[in-house]
Ligand binder design. Structure first.
Ligand code: C2E
Ligand code: MG
Ligand code: MG
Ligand code: MG
Length: 288
């Protein structure tokens, strides 16, 4: 009967809550140590151009192989870093390490780096980007910065100023997770982005039928009028890739093309065997 006692249940709940808080605090401590001892690693995920099938760039994604817990997801430790004053150092490390690694790769490929909302408030951010480029020799045209809508809305004027100054360096800007915020159109109207990254949710919806296709197709048209490409995130099947190409999407990224993986021997990770080739004008099917 203790189980149904409300007081007992509240105590149980409070205990669980306290435990969760304690675990979070411990993980934050571990993350602090991870930054100090160099546990973090960069992985890179290829992006392809649907017109040619060629790799057109890579997204840099941070990884934390925790000594006890194994691989912790950035979806968990990025918010933790933001809440514990660690995102500045983490972001600086990501910027420097990525530029350093990619500058050594042959063929001067493009790389996209994700920035957190808090990094946008760093008065030294633009200087740090410039410094990373200068010290590694990475060309500004090789670098793209990914921002989400929510990273921008905290202080619109400040965000716009930072974005313009980064672009003035010759670095391009991509709007990440497009379509998941509150005012995607307003964001596009106010900020001079060079690329739209359509959220995985839209890619997932493709197979459900006409509605998702109509929405993506409208985004593609909008992007064409802005003279910028659309990249579809989270592509997992060949059917999705074919449909995306049909609605005029220019670029794609996802497990089908390649999973995020570390650079090896000064070269980017290889793409998966399943590669997209655009259909010949006469052919009705590809890859068959
Ligand atoms: P994001 O920037 O939207 O990155 C895309 C996420 O989707 C990555 O998750 C990637 O591994 C995953 N993904 C790619 N293709 C597929 C697919 O086909 N299927 C599925 N299910 N997932 C796919 P990841 O690496 O776990 O990162 C999650 C989020 O954490 C990122 O979302 C980004 O917001 C943040 N993040 C990652 N690295 C960094 C970083 O270096 N700095 C900052 N500030 N944030 C980062
Ligand atoms: Mg991203
Ligand atoms: Mg994204
Ligand atoms: Mg995301």
């Amino acid at each position: 009967k203790a189980k149904t006692d409300p007081l007992h249940r509240i105590q149980q709940y409070e205990h669980a809550l306290g435990e969760a808080v304690r675990q979070r605090r411990e993980l934050a401590q571990d993350l602090r140590r991870a930054l100090e001892t160099g546990q973090l690693k960069m992985h890179y995920q290829p992006q392809i151009d649907l017109k040619t099938g060629d790799v057109c760039g890579y997204e840099a994604l941070v990884r934390w192989p925790h000594p006890v817990r194994g691989l912790v997801s950035p979806a968990e430790f990025i918010p933790l870093a933001e809440a514990n004053g660690l995102i500045g150092r983490l972001g600086d490390w990501v910027l420097e390490t990525t530029c350093e690694e990619v500058a050594r790769w042959p063929g001067s490929p493009k790389v996209a780096i994700n920035l957190s909302a808090i990094q946008l408030n760093d008065p030294h951010l633009v200087g740090k980007v410039l410094q990373a480029l200068v010290s590694t020799g990475l060309s500004p045209t090789q670098l793209e910065i990914e921002l989400t809508e929510t990273a921008l809305i905290h202080d619109l004027r400040q965000s716009l100023s930072v974005l313009r100054r980064i672009k003035a360096l010759g670095v391009s800007m991509a709007l990440d997770d497009f379509g998941t915020g509150y005012s995607a159109l307003e964001t596009l109207r106010q900020f001079p982005f060079d690329k739209i990254k359509l959220d995985k949710g839209f890619t997932d919806g493709l197979s459900d039928g006409g509605r998702s296709r109509a929405v993506i197709s409208a985004v593609v048209t909008l992007a064409r009028n802005l003279d910028i490409p659309v990249l579809a995130e989270g592509v997992e099947t060949a059917d999705q890739l074919e449909l995306l190409n049909m609605v005029g999407c220019e670029q794609a990224q996802g497990y089908l093309i390649g999973r995020p993986a570390p650079a090896e021997n000064g070269a980017p990770p290889a793409v998966q065997d399943v590669m997209w080739r655009p259909a010949e004008p006469a052919a009705t099917h590809y890859g068959s």
